[in-house]
Design a protein around this ligand. Structure first.
Ligand SMILES: Nc1ncnc2c1ncn2[C@@H]1O[C@H](COP(=O)(O)OP(=O)(O)OP(=O)(O)O)[C@@H](O)[C@H]1O
Ligand SMILES: [Mg+2]
Length: 501
Protein backbone atom coordinates (compact mmCIF):
# COMPACT_ATOMS: atom_id res chain seq x y z
CA UNK A 1 0.00 0.00 0.00
CA UNK A 2 2.76 2.37 0.99
CA UNK A 3 4.66 1.78 -2.25
CA UNK A 4 1.61 2.92 -4.21
CA UNK A 5 1.30 6.09 -2.09
CA UNK A 6 4.91 6.98 -2.76
CA UNK A 7 4.14 6.94 -6.46
CA UNK A 8 1.54 9.68 -6.06
CA UNK A 9 3.17 12.95 -7.01
CA UNK A 10 0.09 15.17 -6.69
CA UNK A 11 -3.52 15.88 -7.61
CA UNK A 12 -5.33 17.47 -10.54
CA UNK A 13 -6.54 20.98 -9.65
CA UNK A 14 -8.41 23.79 -11.40
CA UNK A 15 -9.67 23.51 -14.95
CA UNK A 16 -8.19 20.78 -17.15
CA UNK A 17 -8.42 20.04 -20.86
CA UNK A 18 -8.12 16.64 -22.56
CA UNK A 19 -4.53 17.56 -23.52
CA UNK A 20 -3.41 19.59 -20.50
CA UNK A 21 -3.92 19.85 -16.75
CA UNK A 22 -2.54 21.59 -13.69
CA UNK A 23 -1.47 19.71 -10.58
CA UNK A 24 -0.55 20.54 -7.02
CA UNK A 25 2.17 18.25 -5.75
CA UNK A 26 3.83 17.35 -2.50
CA UNK A 27 7.34 17.52 -3.95
CA UNK A 28 9.03 19.65 -6.59
CA UNK A 29 8.24 18.35 -10.07
CA UNK A 30 11.03 17.96 -12.56
CA UNK A 31 10.70 19.33 -16.07
CA UNK A 32 10.61 16.44 -18.50
CA UNK A 33 9.25 14.01 -15.88
CA UNK A 34 6.49 11.61 -17.02
CA UNK A 35 3.32 10.96 -14.98
CA UNK A 36 0.32 8.62 -15.26
CA UNK A 37 -3.28 9.62 -14.65
CA UNK A 38 -6.25 7.20 -14.37
CA UNK A 39 -9.85 8.41 -14.35
CA UNK A 40 -13.26 7.20 -15.61
CA UNK A 41 -11.70 4.10 -17.16
CA UNK A 42 -9.15 6.26 -19.01
CA UNK A 43 -5.39 5.88 -18.61
CA UNK A 44 -3.08 8.62 -19.93
CA UNK A 45 0.56 9.66 -19.82
CA UNK A 46 1.54 13.26 -19.15
CA UNK A 47 4.77 15.22 -19.40
CA UNK A 48 5.66 17.87 -16.81
CA UNK A 49 6.21 21.06 -18.78
CA UNK A 50 6.25 23.66 -16.00
CA UNK A 51 7.26 23.38 -12.37
CA UNK A 52 6.49 26.15 -9.89
CA UNK A 53 7.06 26.43 -6.15
CA UNK A 54 5.93 28.98 -3.60
CA UNK A 55 5.18 29.50 0.11
CA UNK A 56 1.92 29.99 1.95
CA UNK A 57 3.58 32.10 4.62
CA UNK A 58 6.68 33.73 3.11
CA UNK A 59 4.99 36.62 1.38
CA UNK A 60 6.71 39.09 -0.94
CA UNK A 61 4.89 41.99 0.79
CA UNK A 62 6.54 41.28 4.18
CA UNK A 63 9.20 43.64 5.50
CA UNK A 64 12.74 42.20 5.97
CA UNK A 65 12.22 42.04 9.80
CA UNK A 66 8.89 40.23 9.52
CA UNK A 67 10.39 37.93 6.90
CA UNK A 68 13.24 36.99 9.26
CA UNK A 69 10.73 36.23 12.05
CA UNK A 70 8.47 34.13 9.77
CA UNK A 71 11.44 32.21 8.37
CA UNK A 72 12.71 31.43 11.88
CA UNK A 73 9.29 30.17 13.02
CA UNK A 74 8.69 27.96 9.94
CA UNK A 75 12.26 26.78 9.32
CA UNK A 76 12.19 23.15 8.15
CA UNK A 77 8.38 23.08 7.96
CA UNK A 78 7.66 21.53 4.54
CA UNK A 79 3.90 22.11 4.87
CA UNK A 80 4.26 25.83 4.27
CA UNK A 81 5.67 25.26 0.80
CA UNK A 82 3.60 24.34 -2.23
CA UNK A 83 4.58 22.89 -5.57
CA UNK A 84 2.55 23.23 -8.71
CA UNK A 85 2.98 21.86 -12.16
CA UNK A 86 1.58 22.05 -15.62
CA UNK A 87 1.20 18.78 -17.51
CA UNK A 88 0.87 18.16 -21.19
CA UNK A 89 -1.27 15.05 -21.67
CA UNK A 90 0.40 12.97 -24.39
CA UNK A 91 -2.24 10.25 -24.76
CA UNK A 92 -2.90 6.70 -23.61
CA UNK A 93 0.11 4.37 -23.49
CA UNK A 94 -1.43 1.82 -25.89
CA UNK A 95 -2.29 3.78 -29.01
CA UNK A 96 -1.27 7.26 -27.80
CA UNK A 97 -4.68 8.76 -28.40
CA UNK A 98 -5.74 11.96 -26.60
CA UNK A 99 -8.68 11.12 -24.24
CA UNK A 100 -12.20 12.32 -25.07
CA UNK A 101 -12.65 13.95 -21.64
CA UNK A 102 -10.27 15.89 -19.37
CA UNK A 103 -9.14 14.58 -15.97
CA UNK A 104 -11.43 15.96 -13.23
CA UNK A 105 -10.03 17.85 -10.19
CA UNK A 106 -8.91 15.75 -7.25
CA UNK A 107 -7.67 12.84 -9.38
CA UNK A 108 -4.34 11.31 -8.28
CA UNK A 109 -1.31 11.86 -10.49
CA UNK A 110 1.33 9.13 -10.25
CA UNK A 111 4.91 8.91 -11.31
CA UNK A 112 4.95 6.93 -14.58
CA UNK A 113 6.13 3.38 -13.97
CA UNK A 114 9.19 1.98 -15.68
CA UNK A 115 6.99 -0.65 -17.34
CA UNK A 116 4.69 1.93 -18.93
CA UNK A 117 7.58 4.12 -20.07
CA UNK A 118 9.52 1.18 -21.54
CA UNK A 119 6.47 0.14 -23.52
CA UNK A 120 6.32 3.61 -25.06
CA UNK A 121 9.98 4.49 -25.49
CA UNK A 122 11.72 1.12 -26.01
CA UNK A 123 9.70 -0.70 -28.68
CA UNK A 124 11.14 -3.92 -30.08
CA UNK A 125 12.08 -4.43 -33.73
CA UNK A 126 15.07 -3.84 -35.99
CA UNK A 127 13.95 -0.35 -37.02
CA UNK A 128 14.13 0.86 -33.39
CA UNK A 129 17.63 2.15 -32.58
CA UNK A 130 18.79 3.09 -29.09
CA UNK A 131 19.68 6.75 -28.84
CA UNK A 132 20.02 7.19 -25.07
CA UNK A 133 17.85 7.17 -21.97
CA UNK A 134 15.03 9.32 -20.63
CA UNK A 135 16.62 12.31 -18.91
CA UNK A 136 14.50 11.92 -15.76
CA UNK A 137 14.26 8.10 -15.86
CA UNK A 138 17.75 6.86 -16.72
CA UNK A 139 16.60 3.22 -16.49
CA UNK A 140 14.33 3.66 -19.53
CA UNK A 141 15.96 3.29 -22.96
CA UNK A 142 14.83 5.62 -25.72
CA UNK A 143 14.73 4.12 -29.19
CA UNK A 144 13.98 5.93 -32.44
CA UNK A 145 12.44 4.58 -35.63
CA UNK A 146 15.11 4.67 -38.37
CA UNK A 147 12.50 3.90 -41.03
CA UNK A 148 10.82 7.18 -40.19
CA UNK A 149 14.13 9.02 -40.60
CA UNK A 150 14.26 7.76 -44.19
CA UNK A 151 10.56 8.27 -44.89
CA UNK A 152 9.89 11.53 -43.08
CA UNK A 153 13.32 13.18 -42.60
CA UNK A 154 14.87 14.79 -39.55
CA UNK A 155 16.13 18.16 -38.32
CA UNK A 156 18.83 18.32 -35.61
CA UNK A 157 18.88 21.83 -34.20
CA UNK A 158 20.88 23.35 -31.35
CA UNK A 159 23.38 25.99 -30.42
CA UNK A 160 26.99 25.28 -31.17
CA UNK A 161 28.70 22.61 -29.08
CA UNK A 162 25.49 21.05 -27.74
CA UNK A 163 25.89 17.59 -29.32
CA UNK A 164 24.43 17.71 -32.83
CA UNK A 165 27.36 15.97 -34.52
CA UNK A 166 27.51 13.42 -31.70
CA UNK A 167 23.89 12.51 -32.50
CA UNK A 168 24.69 12.33 -36.24
CA UNK A 169 27.57 9.93 -35.48
CA UNK A 170 25.29 7.80 -33.31
CA UNK A 171 22.63 7.59 -36.02
CA UNK A 172 25.28 6.80 -38.65
CA UNK A 173 26.57 3.96 -36.44
CA UNK A 174 23.08 2.51 -36.00
CA UNK A 175 22.40 2.72 -39.75
CA UNK A 176 25.77 1.06 -40.43
CA UNK A 177 25.03 -1.71 -37.91
CA UNK A 178 21.93 -2.54 -39.91
CA UNK A 179 23.86 -2.67 -43.20
CA UNK A 180 22.58 0.73 -44.36
CA UNK A 181 24.32 3.52 -46.24
CA UNK A 182 24.81 7.18 -45.26
CA UNK A 183 26.13 10.18 -47.12
CA UNK A 184 27.47 12.87 -44.79
CA UNK A 185 28.30 16.24 -46.37
CA UNK A 186 31.16 17.17 -44.10
CA UNK A 187 31.79 20.91 -44.17
CA UNK A 188 34.45 20.88 -41.43
CA UNK A 189 36.12 17.53 -42.12
CA UNK A 190 35.09 16.18 -38.71
CA UNK A 191 33.74 12.79 -39.81
CA UNK A 192 36.65 11.59 -41.93
CA UNK A 193 38.19 9.69 -38.99
CA UNK A 194 34.93 8.26 -37.68
CA UNK A 195 35.44 4.53 -37.30
CA UNK A 196 33.52 1.95 -35.27
CA UNK A 197 35.03 -1.33 -34.14
CA UNK A 198 33.78 -4.28 -36.17
CA UNK A 199 32.04 -2.03 -38.71
CA UNK A 200 33.22 -0.89 -42.15
CA UNK A 201 35.50 2.16 -42.19
CA UNK A 202 34.07 5.38 -43.65
CA UNK A 203 34.54 5.93 -47.37
CA UNK A 204 36.04 9.42 -47.52
CA UNK A 205 35.42 11.09 -50.85
CA UNK A 206 37.24 14.24 -51.86
CA UNK A 207 34.98 16.53 -53.86
CA UNK A 208 36.26 15.67 -57.37
CA UNK A 209 33.75 15.94 -60.11
CA UNK A 210 33.62 15.33 -63.82
CA UNK A 211 32.23 18.59 -65.25
CA UNK A 212 30.26 16.73 -67.91
CA UNK A 213 28.00 15.33 -65.18
CA UNK A 214 27.29 18.77 -63.70
CA UNK A 215 24.36 20.99 -64.62
CA UNK A 216 25.40 24.32 -66.16
CA UNK A 217 24.25 26.11 -62.98
CA UNK A 218 26.46 23.86 -60.83
CA UNK A 219 29.42 24.47 -63.13
CA UNK A 220 28.77 28.24 -63.02
CA UNK A 221 28.81 28.28 -59.19
CA UNK A 222 31.98 26.18 -59.03
CA UNK A 223 33.74 28.43 -61.53
CA UNK A 224 32.73 31.41 -59.38
CA UNK A 225 30.07 33.05 -61.55
CA UNK A 226 27.57 34.84 -59.34
CA UNK A 227 23.95 33.70 -59.17
CA UNK A 228 21.90 35.95 -61.49
CA UNK A 229 24.84 37.26 -63.59
CA UNK A 230 22.74 36.47 -66.67
CA UNK A 231 25.20 37.15 -69.50
CA UNK A 232 27.97 35.16 -67.83
CA UNK A 233 25.54 32.34 -67.08
CA UNK A 234 24.45 32.25 -70.74
CA UNK A 235 28.06 31.93 -71.86
CA UNK A 236 28.64 29.06 -69.40
CA UNK A 237 25.45 27.33 -70.54
CA UNK A 238 26.28 27.62 -74.24
CA UNK A 239 29.95 26.69 -73.88
CA UNK A 240 29.20 23.76 -71.55
CA UNK A 241 26.87 22.29 -74.17
CA UNK A 242 29.56 22.67 -76.78
CA UNK A 243 32.51 21.41 -74.72
CA UNK A 244 30.58 18.44 -73.23
CA UNK A 245 30.02 16.97 -76.67
CA UNK A 246 33.28 17.87 -78.42
CA UNK A 247 36.40 15.77 -78.52
CA UNK A 248 38.97 17.52 -76.34
CA UNK A 249 41.89 17.43 -78.78
CA UNK A 250 44.25 16.97 -75.85
CA UNK A 251 43.12 20.14 -74.10
CA UNK A 252 41.67 20.31 -70.62
CA UNK A 253 37.98 21.02 -70.03
CA UNK A 254 38.79 24.40 -68.50
CA UNK A 255 40.96 25.42 -71.48
CA UNK A 256 38.18 24.47 -73.84
CA UNK A 257 35.73 26.54 -71.80
CA UNK A 258 38.11 29.52 -72.00
CA UNK A 259 38.44 29.20 -75.82
CA UNK A 260 34.70 28.99 -76.21
CA UNK A 261 34.06 31.98 -73.89
CA UNK A 262 36.68 34.01 -75.78
CA UNK A 263 35.00 33.25 -79.11
CA UNK A 264 31.57 34.12 -77.75
CA UNK A 265 32.91 37.53 -76.69
CA UNK A 266 34.57 38.18 -80.05
CA UNK A 267 31.56 37.13 -82.12
CA UNK A 268 29.07 39.31 -80.30
CA UNK A 269 28.55 42.94 -81.24
CA UNK A 270 27.19 43.73 -77.78
CA UNK A 271 29.75 45.18 -75.42
CA UNK A 272 28.09 43.59 -72.35
CA UNK A 273 28.62 40.13 -73.86
CA UNK A 274 32.29 40.92 -74.48
CA UNK A 275 32.56 42.05 -70.84
CA UNK A 276 30.76 38.93 -69.61
CA UNK A 277 33.12 36.77 -71.67
CA UNK A 278 36.11 38.49 -70.07
CA UNK A 279 34.58 38.04 -66.61
CA UNK A 280 34.07 34.28 -67.17
CA UNK A 281 37.65 33.89 -68.39
CA UNK A 282 38.94 35.91 -65.45
CA UNK A 283 36.99 33.72 -62.97
CA UNK A 284 38.44 30.55 -64.46
CA UNK A 285 41.98 31.96 -64.54
CA UNK A 286 41.78 33.37 -61.01
CA UNK A 287 40.51 30.06 -59.58
CA UNK A 288 42.49 27.78 -61.85
CA UNK A 289 44.60 26.15 -59.15
CA UNK A 290 41.57 25.38 -57.06
CA UNK A 291 39.40 24.35 -60.03
CA UNK A 292 42.00 21.86 -61.19
CA UNK A 293 41.69 20.17 -57.82
CA UNK A 294 37.94 19.58 -58.03
CA UNK A 295 37.21 19.49 -61.74
CA UNK A 296 38.52 16.34 -63.34
CA UNK A 297 37.61 15.38 -66.93
CA UNK A 298 38.47 11.77 -66.13
CA UNK A 299 36.54 11.46 -62.81
CA UNK A 300 33.88 8.79 -62.61
CA UNK A 301 30.29 9.65 -61.84
CA UNK A 302 30.02 10.34 -58.10
CA UNK A 303 27.76 7.38 -57.44
CA UNK A 304 30.60 5.12 -58.60
CA UNK A 305 32.82 6.68 -55.94
CA UNK A 306 30.28 5.73 -53.25
CA UNK A 307 30.36 2.48 -51.32
CA UNK A 308 27.11 0.80 -50.34
CA UNK A 309 26.89 -0.30 -46.68
CA UNK A 310 29.31 2.35 -45.38
CA UNK A 311 29.31 5.93 -44.16
CA UNK A 312 30.28 7.93 -47.24
CA UNK A 313 31.88 11.14 -46.03
CA UNK A 314 31.99 13.82 -48.72
CA UNK A 315 34.87 16.00 -47.58
CA UNK A 316 34.04 19.61 -48.49
CA UNK A 317 37.01 21.17 -46.69
CA UNK A 318 39.01 21.79 -49.89
CA UNK A 319 36.34 24.01 -51.41
CA UNK A 320 37.00 27.72 -51.62
CA UNK A 321 33.54 29.13 -50.92
CA UNK A 322 30.11 28.23 -49.65
CA UNK A 323 28.60 28.58 -53.14
CA UNK A 324 31.07 25.99 -54.41
CA UNK A 325 30.07 23.67 -51.57
CA UNK A 326 26.45 24.39 -52.51
CA UNK A 327 27.10 23.29 -56.11
CA UNK A 328 28.84 20.08 -55.00
CA UNK A 329 26.11 19.17 -52.49
CA UNK A 330 23.37 19.93 -55.00
CA UNK A 331 25.07 17.69 -57.57
CA UNK A 332 25.40 14.82 -55.12
CA UNK A 333 21.82 15.05 -53.86
CA UNK A 334 20.52 15.21 -57.43
CA UNK A 335 22.51 12.16 -58.51
CA UNK A 336 21.55 10.17 -55.40
CA UNK A 337 17.86 10.83 -56.03
CA UNK A 338 18.19 9.92 -59.73
CA UNK A 339 19.88 6.64 -58.86
CA UNK A 340 17.20 5.80 -56.30
CA UNK A 341 14.48 6.55 -58.86
CA UNK A 342 16.25 4.23 -61.24
CA UNK A 343 16.33 1.54 -58.54
CA UNK A 344 12.56 1.80 -58.05
CA UNK A 345 11.48 2.27 -61.66
CA UNK A 346 14.01 0.19 -63.56
CA UNK A 347 15.20 -2.18 -60.87
CA UNK A 348 18.85 -1.38 -61.63
CA UNK A 349 20.93 1.25 -59.87
CA UNK A 350 24.34 2.03 -58.38
CA UNK A 351 22.43 2.81 -55.16
CA UNK A 352 20.22 -0.26 -54.88
CA UNK A 353 19.03 0.29 -51.28
CA UNK A 354 17.53 3.24 -49.33
CA UNK A 355 20.03 5.77 -48.00
CA UNK A 356 20.27 8.60 -45.49
CA UNK A 357 21.88 11.92 -46.47
CA UNK A 358 23.16 14.32 -43.80
CA UNK A 359 23.59 18.04 -44.41
CA UNK A 360 25.79 19.55 -41.71
CA UNK A 361 25.73 23.37 -41.54
CA UNK A 362 22.46 23.16 -43.46
CA UNK A 363 21.79 26.92 -43.15
CA UNK A 364 24.55 27.44 -45.73
CA UNK A 365 22.78 25.40 -48.42
CA UNK A 366 19.19 25.94 -47.33
CA UNK A 367 19.45 29.62 -46.57
CA UNK A 368 16.50 31.90 -45.89
CA UNK A 369 18.48 34.79 -47.28
CA UNK A 370 19.63 33.68 -50.70
CA UNK A 371 18.83 31.28 -53.48
CA UNK A 372 20.97 28.16 -53.59
CA UNK A 373 21.18 25.18 -55.92
CA UNK A 374 20.70 22.76 -53.03
CA UNK A 375 17.36 24.23 -51.90
CA UNK A 376 15.16 22.88 -54.74
CA UNK A 377 17.00 19.52 -54.54
CA UNK A 378 16.42 19.25 -50.78
CA UNK A 379 12.78 20.26 -51.22
CA UNK A 380 12.41 17.55 -53.84
CA UNK A 381 13.92 14.96 -51.50
CA UNK A 382 11.83 16.22 -48.58
CA UNK A 383 8.65 15.90 -50.64
CA UNK A 384 9.36 12.75 -52.62
CA UNK A 385 12.35 11.08 -51.00
CA UNK A 386 10.16 8.69 -49.03
CA UNK A 387 8.90 7.10 -52.26
CA UNK A 388 12.44 6.45 -53.40
CA UNK A 389 14.18 5.72 -50.11
CA UNK A 390 16.23 8.90 -49.63
CA UNK A 391 16.15 10.29 -46.10
CA UNK A 392 17.43 13.79 -45.36
CA UNK A 393 18.89 14.94 -42.04
CA UNK A 394 19.45 18.69 -41.78
CA UNK A 395 21.76 19.86 -39.01
CA UNK A 396 22.14 23.50 -37.99
CA UNK A 397 23.26 25.74 -35.15
CA UNK A 398 21.50 28.65 -36.80
CA UNK A 399 17.90 27.49 -37.20
CA UNK A 400 16.62 30.99 -38.04
CA UNK A 401 18.82 30.89 -41.15
CA UNK A 402 17.13 27.69 -42.41
CA UNK A 403 14.58 27.82 -45.20
CA UNK A 404 11.15 27.45 -43.53
CA UNK A 405 9.71 25.36 -46.39
CA UNK A 406 12.38 22.69 -46.04
CA UNK A 407 12.25 22.85 -42.23
CA UNK A 408 8.48 22.32 -42.21
CA UNK A 409 8.95 19.18 -44.32
CA UNK A 410 11.13 17.56 -41.65
CA UNK A 411 8.83 15.03 -40.00
CA UNK A 412 11.00 14.57 -36.92
CA UNK A 413 13.20 16.78 -34.81
CA UNK A 414 15.91 16.57 -32.19
CA UNK A 415 16.15 19.95 -30.50
CA UNK A 416 18.84 20.67 -27.94
CA UNK A 417 19.76 23.78 -26.00
CA UNK A 418 18.68 26.94 -27.84
CA UNK A 419 18.51 30.28 -26.05
CA UNK A 420 17.96 32.69 -28.94
CA UNK A 421 14.21 33.54 -29.04
CA UNK A 422 14.41 34.16 -32.81
CA UNK A 423 15.75 30.63 -33.37
CA UNK A 424 13.06 29.18 -31.12
CA UNK A 425 10.26 31.08 -32.84
CA UNK A 426 11.49 30.09 -36.29
CA UNK A 427 11.47 26.38 -35.39
CA UNK A 428 8.05 26.67 -33.72
CA UNK A 429 6.56 28.24 -36.85
CA UNK A 430 7.77 25.30 -38.94
CA UNK A 431 6.75 22.55 -36.53
CA UNK A 432 3.34 21.41 -35.37
CA UNK A 433 4.69 19.51 -32.38
CA UNK A 434 6.93 22.16 -30.84
CA UNK A 435 4.72 23.92 -28.31
CA UNK A 436 5.43 27.07 -26.33
CA UNK A 437 5.98 24.92 -23.23
CA UNK A 438 8.65 22.83 -24.94
CA UNK A 439 10.33 25.98 -26.25
CA UNK A 440 10.58 27.31 -22.72
CA UNK A 441 12.51 24.20 -21.68
CA UNK A 442 15.18 24.54 -24.37
CA UNK A 443 17.48 27.01 -22.57
CA UNK A 444 17.60 24.65 -19.56
CA UNK A 445 19.09 21.70 -21.45
CA UNK A 446 22.73 20.68 -21.03
CA UNK A 447 25.18 19.21 -23.56
CA UNK A 448 23.82 15.95 -25.01
CA UNK A 449 20.29 16.51 -23.70
CA UNK A 450 17.60 16.67 -26.37
CA UNK A 451 13.89 16.81 -26.92
CA UNK A 452 12.84 14.34 -29.62
CA UNK A 453 9.64 15.08 -31.48
CA UNK A 454 7.68 13.84 -34.47
CA UNK A 455 7.35 10.57 -36.35
CA UNK A 456 10.55 8.86 -35.16
CA UNK A 457 9.37 8.63 -31.53
CA UNK A 458 6.02 7.41 -30.25
CA UNK A 459 5.74 10.37 -27.87
CA UNK A 460 7.84 13.49 -27.29
CA UNK A 461 10.92 12.30 -25.40
CA UNK A 462 13.28 14.28 -23.19
CA UNK A 463 16.51 12.37 -23.59
CA UNK A 464 20.12 12.12 -22.49
CA UNK A 465 21.78 11.10 -25.75
CA UNK A 466 24.53 8.46 -25.53
CA UNK A 467 28.05 9.80 -26.01
CA UNK A 468 29.83 8.39 -29.06
CA UNK A 469 33.41 8.05 -27.87
CA UNK A 470 34.62 7.10 -31.35
CA UNK A 471 33.96 10.64 -32.55
CA UNK A 472 37.14 12.39 -31.51
CA UNK A 473 37.23 15.13 -34.12
CA UNK A 474 35.13 18.20 -33.40
CA UNK A 475 35.48 17.84 -29.62
CA UNK A 476 36.22 21.00 -27.67
CA UNK A 477 39.96 21.58 -27.59
CA UNK A 478 41.52 21.63 -24.12
CA UNK A 479 43.96 24.44 -24.88
CA UNK A 480 45.45 24.71 -21.39
CA UNK A 481 46.37 20.99 -21.19
CA UNK A 482 47.97 21.21 -24.63
CA UNK A 483 49.99 24.28 -23.59
CA UNK A 484 51.15 22.65 -20.36
CA UNK A 485 52.11 19.46 -22.18
CA UNK A 486 54.01 21.38 -24.90
CA UNK A 487 55.79 23.43 -22.22
CA UNK A 488 56.90 20.20 -20.51
CA UNK A 489 58.36 18.94 -23.80
CA UNK A 490 60.14 22.26 -24.36
CA UNK A 491 61.62 22.10 -20.87
CA UNK A 492 62.93 18.59 -21.45
CA UNK A 493 64.46 19.80 -24.67
CA UNK A 494 66.18 22.75 -23.00
CA UNK A 495 67.52 20.94 -19.97
CA UNK A 496 68.04 17.37 -21.15
CA UNK A 497 68.66 17.87 -24.88
CA UNK A 498 66.13 15.13 -25.47
CA UNK A 499 65.73 16.07 -29.12
CA UNK A 500 68.59 15.93 -31.60
CA UNK A 501 68.70 18.87 -33.98
N1 LIG B 1 25.52 13.05 -25.48
C1 LIG B 1 26.69 13.55 -25.09
N2 LIG B 1 27.22 13.19 -23.90
C2 LIG B 1 28.41 13.70 -23.49
N3 LIG B 1 29.14 14.57 -24.22
C3 LIG B 1 28.67 14.97 -25.39
C4 LIG B 1 27.42 14.48 -25.89
N4 LIG B 1 27.20 15.04 -27.09
C5 LIG B 1 28.26 15.83 -27.34
N5 LIG B 1 29.14 15.81 -26.34
C6 LIG B 1 30.41 16.53 -26.29
O1 LIG B 1 30.15 17.92 -26.47
C7 LIG B 1 31.08 18.50 -27.39
C8 LIG B 1 30.36 19.09 -28.59
O2 LIG B 1 29.66 18.05 -29.26
P1 LIG B 1 29.32 18.12 -30.81
O3 LIG B 1 30.54 18.34 -31.63
O4 LIG B 1 28.50 16.92 -31.12
O5 LIG B 1 28.42 19.46 -30.82
P2 LIG B 1 27.79 20.22 -32.06
O6 LIG B 1 26.44 20.64 -31.61
O7 LIG B 1 27.87 19.39 -33.27
O8 LIG B 1 28.72 21.49 -32.19
P3 LIG B 1 28.97 22.43 -33.48
O9 LIG B 1 27.80 23.36 -33.54
O10 LIG B 1 30.24 23.12 -33.15
O11 LIG B 1 29.05 21.57 -34.68
C9 LIG B 1 32.05 17.39 -27.75
O12 LIG B 1 33.17 17.51 -26.91
C10 LIG B 1 31.30 16.12 -27.46
O13 LIG B 1 32.16 15.05 -27.13
MG1 LIG C 1 28.78 19.73 -35.14
Amino acid sequence: MRAVDEDIVGYIVGESKPYSASIVSSRPLMLGEYVEIRYNGIHVIGLVQASISGSYVIDETLSPEDLRRVINIHRGDETTIYYRGYIKILGDPEDLRIPPTPPPPGIEVRRASRKTLSKIFSPEGPQWARIGTLLRNPDVEVRVDLNKVVQRHLAILAMTGMGKSNLVSLLAREILRRGGTCFIFDYHGEYTGLSFQGLPKPNVIKARINPRYLSWQELARIIGVRYGAKNQENIIKKCKDEVDYSSNGGRSYLDQMISCAKREGQLSRRSEIAKASEAVIESIEANRGFLQRIIDDEAKDITEQSVIGTINVIDLTGLASSSQADAVVSHWLGRILEERKSAIWRGSSKIPHPVVTVLEEAHIYLSTERETLTKPRAEHIAREGRKFGVGLIVVSQRPRGLDPDVLSQMGSMAVMRIVQPEDQAHIARASETLTQEILEQLPGLNVGEAILLGHWVRMPAVVKVDHVVEKTSGVDIDAVSEWISSKRHDNTDNRGNAYKR
